[in-house]
Design a protein around this ligand. Structure first.
Ligand code: NCD
Length: 317
């Protein structure tokens, strides 16, 4: 059963009432979010006060899967916008007492939050929640499918480092098959005109790709050649089918020697958590001339502020 949406008017800023993934977003939506995120990034750097933006709004965060980075980034974004974040602790919830997920969601909705941020291991959980509540829903990562705010903050980081996304060679490397970050990024970066490469051993390539334009490479040596951006991913151990060996990824470590094959001034990215010595060598992760990794973490806050503002205030950038 879907309940009527609280917002009577469609938003001027985005074509969507929720952020369930990158897939439903138009290029205009993506540009609107990135422009607003850039505005917040500059404002935060100057120390501007944005606490009037979502004053008196209450946003619930529901994390059914472990998260430190993403959750904290959302909490800081809410605080910077003046909203109150209420954390609904999924572990101690009534689900462990036998309540159905659908009833839990309806109870939460009955308390009339102004927004819901959800992370869940089930495919499509954010859409399910969105169809049962009367406020905007933001996907903070579901299954291996989508992690839209991560892809948006990655795009913001690239745009600010390189000035554009269109025409860049971008390699996404490692356990692509089980990574929602890879999937959301493949959709977003292809949509904005980058030449996206999926670089993974066969076992870690997805069965389907979200865009026909994505080139496939089996080795890091070939895959990162002349790339402007190299995005490394960790092995998603928690989503690996039982008995599946990860040995093929042993050769997937980005070292300073390999990095010489990328374009001069290539930027290195990683969504975190990094497994140093596995997919990335210390000397790459810590090289301030190439590493954009902590800049990604920094861009997470303004990006999430932009999404919250656009969805909860329903206005354009
Ligand atoms: C990512 C996630 O949860 O999908 N991490 C994050 O959002 N910081 C990537 C990962 O867990 O590897």
């Amino acid at each position: 059963m879907s309940l009527p949406l609280k917002q009577e008017q469609p938003m001027q800023g985005l074509s969507q009432n929720h952020l369930t993934g990158i897939a439903p977003l138009s290029v205009d939506d993506i540009e609107t979010i990135l422009d607003r995120a850039g505005f917040y990034a500059d404002g935060l750097a100057r120390g501007d006060d944005f606490t009037a933006t979502l004053k008196n709004r209450v946003v619930m965060t529901l994390f059914f899967e472990d998260s430190t980075r993403t959750r904290t980034s959302f909490d800081i974004a809410l605080a910077r916008l003046g909203a109150t974040g209420i954390n609904w602790d999924a572990d101690q919830s009534s689900i462990s007492k036998g309540e159905s997920f659908s009833d839990t969601v309806r109870y939460l909705d009955a308390m009339r939050p102004d927004g819901i941020i959800i992370r869940h291991k089930e495919y499509g959980a954010p859409e399910f929640v969105a169809s049962h509540v009367s406020c905007p829903v933001i996907n903070a990562g579901d299954s291996w499918r989508e992690h839209p705010t991560q892809a948006l903050l990655d795009a913001l980081t690239i745009r600010r480092a390189k000035g554009t996304i269109e025409g860049l060679n971008i390699a996404i490397c490692g356990d692509i098959a089980h990574s929602r970050v890879a999937n959301s990024n493949m959709i977003l970066l292809s949509r904005l005109g980058a030449n996206v490469r999926a670089v993974a051993p066969e076992l870690f390539m997805p069965e389907k790709f979200p865009a026909d334009t994505i080139a496939h490479f089996m080795t890091l040596e070939d895959g990162i050649k002349d790339c402007d951006i190299v995005m490394m991913l960790r092995l998603q151990k928690e989503r690996l089918p039982e008995g599946m060996s990860a040995d093929a990824l042993d050769a997937f470590q980005l070292t300073p020697e390999l990095l010489r094959r990328a374009a001069p001034k290539a930027g290195i990215m990683h969504p975190g958590p990094m497994n140093r010595g596995s997919e990335i060598a210390d000397d790459v992760a810590d090289d301030p001339h190439v590493s954009l990794i902590f800049e990604q973490a920094r861009m997470g806050v303004p990006t999430r502020m932009a999404v919250l503002d656009l969805l909860l205030n329903g206005r354009g950038a």
